[in-house]
Design a protein around this ligand. Structure first.
Ligand SMILES: Nc1ncnc2c1ncn2[C@@H]1O[C@H](COP(=O)(O)OP(=O)(O)OP(=O)(O)O)[C@@H](O)[C@H]1O
Length: 265
């Protein structure tokens, strides 16, 4: 059963620009989904429709059994949390603890529960040492973890990460993977928008490809990354190891280094 349902959604920004047109998608509880596609394909617009930051011009967005048109963004954010692409669009407190505490406090959680959520989220995001810091004293890559912790602390059913790996080094990438694994193990739905195909292969099963304001493919990662027609249409590249396997003419649809090594042995 789906938890998030976009039914024939069209959305036009106030300047009249239509960003998504007749888009439908269903995402179930506990799924991990990557949304990929070229710049301007409509990915961020689609996820902002999921947490009520935007309301559809046409069609309906149903979250659990709520139509987003009938609820405020604050109400919907109890169910769907969105981590902005740019942390500086999200952060507005002068210390990290207050930033992470804001969401659960706003939800009306008790003082004890709020503290518990903040500490758990801070640990998962690896920002415990910085709780008293001004977020703007931290590098961009760490500010992204502050914003992830702020959303995780709200304990929503769905967490949307918009370009989480941008600006991250290897250690940051590993931390994001661990965070996703932890959320997954708690039964949360995790949705990401990303341009990083290696990150998709490592952390997600289902891939939704967007192009020309719509969904052009929605299936498992192997079927996406070995469908050259879809990749070409959406101007996406195969993961590096798949590209190498393709160039070498290997018979298997390889996605990982482990699979590559196994095939070559
Ligand atoms: N506030 C806005 N007002 C007008 N047009 C906008 C606004 N925000 C986005 N758009 C336009 O809507 C289209 C879809 O944008 P969106 O951000 O959803 O795409 P995206 O696939 O997430 O791209 P990216 O990968 O660059 O984030 C683009 O053409 C974009 O320029």
């Amino acid at each position: 059963m789906s938890f998030i349902s976009l039914k024939n959604i069209t959305f036009a920004y106030p300047n009249g620009h239509t960003a998504v047109e007749n888009v439908s998608m269903e995402i179930g509880k506990g799924e991990t989904v990557a949304i990929v596609g070229q710049n301007g394909a409509g990915k961020t617009t689609a996820v902002k429709l999921m947490n009520g930051l935007l309301k559809p011009t046409k069609g309906d967005v149903i979250i659990d059994d709520w139509n987003t048109k009938e609820h405020t963004t604050a109400q919907i954010s109890r169910k769907v949390g969105y981590v902005f692409q740019n942390p500086d669009d999200q952060i507005f407190h002068s210390d990290v603890y207050s930033e992470v505490e804001f969401g659960p406090k706003k939800l009306g959680l008790s003082v004890e529960q709020t503290k518990e959520n903040v500490m758990k989220a801070a640990k998962l995001a690896g920002i415990e040492p910085y709780l008293q810091e001004n977020p703007y004293n931290l590098p961009y890559s760490m500010r992204k973890f502050v914003t992830m912790a702020a959303v995780v602390a709200m304990d929503c059913d769905v967490i949307i990460l918009d370009e989480p790996t941008a600006g991250q080094d290897m250690q940051g990438m590993q931390r994001i993977s661990s965070l996703i694994a932890a959320l997954k193990s708690e039964g949360k739905t995790v949705i990401t928008i990303t341009h990083d195909m290696e990150f998709v292969v490592q952390n997600f099963e289902r891939v939704i490809v967007m192009a020309h304001k719509n969904v052009v493919a929605d299936t498992n990662k192997r079927d996406i990354f070995w469908n050259h027609a879809i990749l070409e249409e959406s101007m996406l590249k195969q993961p590096h190891i798949s590209r190498l396997s393709h160039t070498l003419g290997l018979p298997k649809q390889i996605l990982t280094i482990e699979e590559f090594v196994e095939t070559m042995l």
